[in-house]
Write a protein that binds this ligand. Sequence first.
Ligand code: DLL
Length: 436
Amino acid sequence: MPYFDEKNETLSEEQLRKLQSERLRETVRRSYENVECFRRRMDEAGIRPEDVRGVEDLGKLPFSYKSDLRDYYPYGLFAVPMEQVVRLHASSGTTGRRIVVGYTENDLSMWEECIARMLTAIGVGKADVVQISFGYGLFTGGFGVHGGAQRVGATVIPISSGNTQNQIRTMIDFGATVLCCTPSYAMYLAEEIEKLGVRDRLKLRVGVFGAEPWSEKMRAEIEAKLGIKAYDIYGLSEVMGPGVACECPEQSGMHVWEDHFLVEIIDPDTGRQLPPGESGELVFTSLTKEAFPVIRYRTRDVCRLIPERCRCGRTHIRMAKPAGRTDDMLIIRGVNVFPSQIEEVLLAVSGGEITPNYRIVVDRVNNTDTFEVEVEMSESFFSDNVRMIETFERRITEQLRSTLGIGAKVRLVNPNSLERSEGKAKRVLDLRAGKI
Ligand code: DLL
């Protein structure tokens, strides 16, 4: 029995639209019948479920938001009775009350299928030992990847995140060939492996990294340090968890599994759908989820779709690496700044002298935003030579100014002085709240 049906990944445009339209009608009907919040929004907008005949009518449907999950906490958006819910996950986010999502048996099976598709695409199977260093627990990362890895017949090490020395020992002793974690944790692990001088004892060949934005330069750095191919995986708790979109061997955009998820890019200010290729906010509609269907869910991730066909032969549309989140975007002296832009600059000017560990500190003094970037020096570059340090700081400052269009104060800090993360990295310290 194959764990996934390859036909689903190479459907023609016509087949895909037909399947999506059927599934959309069903999702809208079930949500209207079972989810009070959705029914009320549809009624207010004067739309009946039968008005949605297919994907061409998607734009008529109301949006949904993270605040809905908070307002209807914990189970108010579930579309099935609790007897059918077999798993819960939750996410606390950086602000506000946590959100809860639920899954039926079929939902879990679909999730495993999405992960299994990716692993198969990148050549991970029975012969592999998969170390899952995403956090297990209410976070979707650990358990999400786990089911799919088992489904392809790999040997799973459910180690969860943290205890870095133990991670490395386990990797060596158990012969892990695949590592799954956040890219910032992969970077940290790579640094520690380098320090211990044990890279030759590793069997790693593939990395599956996601849950936070990371740049192509960061990918190149991780691949070189660990001697692996590093693949990107995207997802969010509200829509499912990891595996909503995944890279294939081409490593040029993540295929959104369009038989399970409809994707749109909209202008975040007007809500208008944008043409393929333009950058805006990612919006998802689930097509097969039972316990927790989402309709036009506003992710706040800033991204663009890649409408051209992928060379791998899969017909599902690709999304580019998300640049960041609309709510992560800093507005500094009126200019939009994403932490990922800063990371790009740092890696571009690095030349081995700095690490990709940095912290952005924003404050407000005398009605003006201050903008400081602390950048960690590498062990080898670390020196007391003030002139050398100043020269390097100036180089980064100039590059940041030309990329962002505003000036930042760059400060090189000692090796290993910035906090490392075992999950999602925290790069921003914004002290402006309440300061006019
Ligand atoms: O981070 C699910 C996940 C786990 C994805 C493991 C990939 C791997 P949440 O905690 O709900 O779920 O956070 C979702 O993380 O809206 C994005 O802003 C960000 N994100 C996730 N994957 C990527 C990625 C998981 N590959 C939020 N690139 C999303 C950039 C990502 N950002």
